[in-house]
Design a protein around this ligand. Sequence first.
Ligand SMILES: Nc1ncnc2c1ncn2[C@@H]1O[C@H](COP(=O)(O)OP(=O)(O)OP(=O)(O)O)[C@@H](O)[C@H]1O
Ligand SMILES: [Mg+2]
Ligand SMILES: [Mg+2]
Length: 512
Amino acid sequence: MAAAARTYNDAIDALNSLQTPYAVIEARRKAGIRPDAVSISEMRGYLARIGYSSQDLDRLNIVHVAGTKGKGSTCAFVDSILSRYQQRGGPPRKVGLFTSPHLIAVRERIRINSAPISEELFAKYFFQVWDRLEQNATVASDKVAPGTKPIYARYLTLMSYHVFLSEGVDAAVYETGIGGEYDATNIVDRPVATGISTLGIDHVFVLGDTVDKIAWHKAGIMKPGSPAFTIEQVPLATPVLKQRAVEKGVNLKVLDIDPRLAGVKIRPDATFQKKNATLAVALAETALKKLDPSFSPNPEALPQEFVDGLEQVVWRGRCEVIEEDKVVWHVDGAHTVDSLKMAARWFAGECAARTNGGPKVLIFNQQGRSEAVDFLDGLCNVVKNADPDGKGFEHVIFCTNVTYAATGYKRGMLLPPPQFLTSRRLIGTDFVNHQHNPADIEKMTMQRVFADKWSALDPTAKVTICHSIEEAINTARDLAGQDGESKVKALITGSLHLVGGALGILEGADAL
Ligand SMILES: Nc1ncnc2c1ncn2[C@@H]1O[C@H](COP(=O)(O)OP(=O)(O)OP(=O)(O)O)[C@@H](O)[C@H]1O
Ligand SMILES: [Mg+2]
Ligand SMILES: [Mg+2]
């Protein structure tokens, strides 16, 4: 590719070409092929090709977080706390944050001092990595096949190391992608600290179908010499984490909710978030001790920087409330059975706190997971049981992950595979997703299954299916009473793609 043509959009197109196609994912699944130690060896090979060794990563002073739920939230808390120290002159001088997935723009995954890197920086570093991989195509051929490029998530991980090292980041917070042991982020030999957030069932094909098997994978990020932390877990998980810690010679601390959080306004005010905050406090304290020998944690009270960091954290698309004239939007990207129950409880609590009696509306999408139909029971029951009159959602809207009604997919939003693109204008989006079956989106297959299920769960609810997120949002807006008194209370949940699309529409934003 000519240097002059190397724009952000070119980088996004090139990145999207690294996605594993739906057919390949299906074939692997059928053949039972899962990530293993080879994945890690390959990542180390790629790291060598872009000119770094794992010792170079030590300069980043990495805080590494795995878990089924709460990884991103925990990482955001740590980032926010460290940023308060950065803002008053450091250490740290610069804070990096690597998270997944993104809501609107892929550059949200790589942040410096809490802001997504600019399109210009993204394009620059993306192609530097690209060129190094091509120039050094045969380096470390014992680890990775000559001339290959890492797939999407691995490429972004690799690129994040290059971005942070080039930009002089001296404290970086890393969220694992899937699992831990064989995750692309697990090539860090000496993290400053590791944390394991709440464990539960997800990514069953890759990680196994019970919490103990899943815990084994997540424990893979613990490293000798690095303090490790977790919070109270379901009974099957903790023994596995402890056992793995013993095998690795790691000091693992299982933390109760930090009493110093009393009086700190954690949002939402829920146990799960206090667990995330507890973990984040321990991780941030450990990182600060390493960065600044004069820092010593106060067992009695949290420093003001910690309080501010926890109270003012921004983590979009999670338990977010956006108030419009006619609708109060409750936006949460939960997409597992347990986290959807949390989201439903949070929504029910918010509804109870409002006296005006507009209808409760659900907008739900989940595209990739066939088990998603089982997400609906909890959502339905939690909201119904929390209502004093036993009323659940009056209206339930199942939409696809297509953002706009008229133009279909817009830049920055989810796109179908190339064969479904109708115009060149649509190329260059941050949310091309080759990993779903396009025919299912076309025919609204999942949405129909969800609609049937909900009608069986709650025959009194009015159930609709919509082709786009925009239509779903407008349908909810139309349900508001004319008086302006009874606002619609809408919950948007089920997938981060949905939530990203919805926030994009509600705010007209191109990155969050
Ligand atoms: N500790 C927790 N236990 C259960 N649910 C949680 C917890 N923390 C957050 N959640 C719920 O899960 C959703 C996603 O949170 P978060 O982004 O922190 O998780 P994640 O582990 O990064 O998930 P992902 O799989 O999307 O990367 C939140 O919107 C919230 O509803
Ligand atoms: Mg996940
Ligand atoms: Mg995440």
